[in-house]
Design a protein around this ligand. Sequence first.
Ligand SMILES: [Zn+2]
Length: 121
Amino acid sequence: MFFFFTCGTHTFTSRLKGAESLTVQCQNCGNFSGHVYKRWEWFTFCFIPVIPFSLKPYKEVGCHICNFYQDIKYRPDVQQQMSWGGGQEQGGVMMGPPGGGHNNGWGAAPMAGGAQHPQYK
Ligand SMILES: [Zn+2]
C-alpha cells in the first residue's frame, strides 16, 4: 500500500471586483502603483482547496514595484475611492440605515459648479 497525499495552502489572488481600474498610492514606496486585490487563503488536501482560513477574502492594497501588501482596512482613502467607483453592492459599509436609498437621486454633481447659486433672479 502506498499513500501519497499532500497538504498545503493555496492563495487565490485576483483584482477586487469594482476596483480593477483603481490606482492608489503605495504607502511604502510612494508610487501610484497600488492596486486593490482580493486574497483568500485555503487549506488544500491533495491540491484541492477544502477549507478556507477565513470566512471572507482579504482585501489588500498591493504594490507591484516594492511588493508591499497592506490590508485595506488601514487605507480609508482607498475605501472611499472604491465607494465612489459605484461598487455599492459590496456590503462593506457599516454605517447607514439598511433600507436607506434616498440619496440616489441627489448628489450627482456636487463637484460640477462649486457655487450653488439659486435658479431665480
Ligand atoms: Zn510600493
